[in-house]
Design a protein around this ligand. Sequence first.
Ligand code: NAD
Length: 249
Amino acid sequence: MGLLEGKCAIVTGAASPRGLGKAMAALFVEHGARVAVLDLDKAAAKEAAADLGEGHIGLTCDVTDRAACEAAAAAVLDAFGHIDVLVNNAGITQPLKIMEIEAENYDAVTDVNLRGTLYMSQAAIPQMRRQKSGSIINLSSVSAQRGGGIFGGPHYSAAKAGVLGLTKAMARELAPDNIRSNAICPGFIATDITAGKLTPEMNQTILAGIPMGRAGTAADVAGCALFLASELSAYCTGSEVDVNGGSLI
Ligand code: NAD
């Protein structure tokens, strides 16, 4: 029996072919969940949902748009009847240095990573409250914990640190409703977010700072998300779980 048998999960930003969202969605399905893939492009979201097999849905949703988040949550509820797990995975980064960050860079990165996490959570929480259960999983980053370093700019570190604060505040406020809120802090994981953006020298420097000596995989992060989504983590809330090969030791 799967760990998520009978559960329904929303994963934002899950249409990226090599992304963390898609890997999490696939592992959730393996464990019995029905999954709603949310992403910017409708066709890509539908295709990603179809790749998961039958019974899953793909919806267009820009997480920076509150009305779009509410509409997506309503559509999921309509299709599945409940919302048990929400993974706030949609994210963007920009490899800028502190003096290079313009207002539009700050807005774009903060909007998707932090505002999007708030809006999509606000869209799902009313149903989770009615159910008196739910698990919210937010994607933060090692960049929040160590002040960047890999390729994300300071505004990315700040937004992901904001995600940690939001995760803990939601955990505190929602615990009486049996809604858990936890964050995953991935280290360097090979996905499209990093693809083509690192020189061989940058790659070498990064790997030298990872005690396990390798980049993480999307499957490494998906395993952690499965734990946080399932009852195996029933007493975990407000936690930040590192998936970084020992980068912070
Ligand atoms: P990715 O670029 O492969 O996928 C991100 C997805 O988010 C894409 O499908 C994109 O279309 C979607 N997206 C972007 N803006 C959106 C919006 N406004 N609304 C809805 N969807 C939107 O990235 P990834 O590597 O899979 O990263 C997933 C998450 O993990 C992100 O939050 C990222 O910051 C975080 N993270 C990644 C790494 C890493 O090394 N890959 C490390 C730490 C944290």
